[in-house]
Design a protein around this ligand. Structure first.
Ligand SMILES: *Cc1c(COP(=O)(O)O)cnc(C)c1O
Length: 228
């Protein structure tokens, strides 16, 4: 099936579920992204700052770019002018830097807090205690140029269906608790970003509002960096 066919399949499936599709275009060349764009997709996820910046310059201006990979504080300045959502915020220090750069551009940048739910050492993210501590801090309360719109998590690789389901459920339960404690009157705190090509069905059943799908839209990734 073509990229357009794959997208159409997801659009039909997700429309009824009220779940947003983030097309993960990391390592994809601009022509593949344009194929998805021409089929109607407007939200794309990237995980490397340099690649994202190069693509943003070359591709249509109405694309909403989401950063889904680990972000170093010293690189925030490159994406601050245009990024729609930073899904991978994993420290207060990073959030403070995003706020500072957003302010320079007179913007409020939407952010998701990335929560560590996997049973692995390799994934970035805040622990459950850390996220509460962050939200209670005075430093966070002072930030006016960021807006936290939800949580993001990545399940363990190669886990059983039960384990994946447990991890997604933990994230949803945490989201519900945080919503009640910190964002009860705030309608913009509503996203639970979880689910990828291999596990998006389980994620939706557990309450995902945003799935991040790459390989089953674009085909297997050839790890070859995009060059502008
Ligand atoms: C690559 C990536 C995805 C998409 O993974 P697929 O298995 O290709 O769908 C989703 N989320 C994050 C954070 C990623 O890095």
């Amino acid at each position: 099936m073509s990229i357009a066919d794959n997208l159409l399949k997801y659009k039909n499936e997700l429309d009824g579920e009220q779940v947003q599709l983030i097309a993960v275009s990391k390592y994809q060349q601009p022509d593949a992204i344009m194929e998805a764009y021409n089929a109607g997709q407007r939200i794309f996820g990237e995980n490397i700052v340099q690649e994202l910046v190069d693509k943003q310059v070359e591709l249509p201006g109405d694309i909403e770019w989401h950063l889904i990979g680990h972000l170093q504080s010293n690189k925030v300045k490159y994406i601050a002018p245009f990024i729609s959502c930073i899904q991978s915020v994993d420290s207060l220090k990073l959030l403070i830097e995003i706020n500072k750069q957003a302010k320079k551009h007179n913007r409020v940048i939407d952010c998701l807090l990335q929560i560590y739910i996997a049973d692995e050492d390799t994934k970035f993210g805040l622990g459950f205690d850390e996220v509460i501590e962050l939200l209670r801090s005075e430093e966070y309360a002072a930030l006016k140029n960021i807006r936290i719109t939800g949580l993001m998590g990545i399940a363990s690789n190669n886990a059983t269906e039960k384990q994946t389901n447990d991890e997604f459920t933990e994230l949803k339960v945490l989201f519900d608790g945080i919503k009640l404690s910190f964002f009860r009157k705030d309608d913009t705190f509503k996203e639970v970003s979880m689910g990828m090509s291999g596990d998006y069905r389980l994620a939706i059943e557990a309450g995902s509002t945003m799935v991040r799908i790459g390989s089953s839209i674009f085909g297997k990734r050839v790890i070859k960096h995009f060059k502008a």
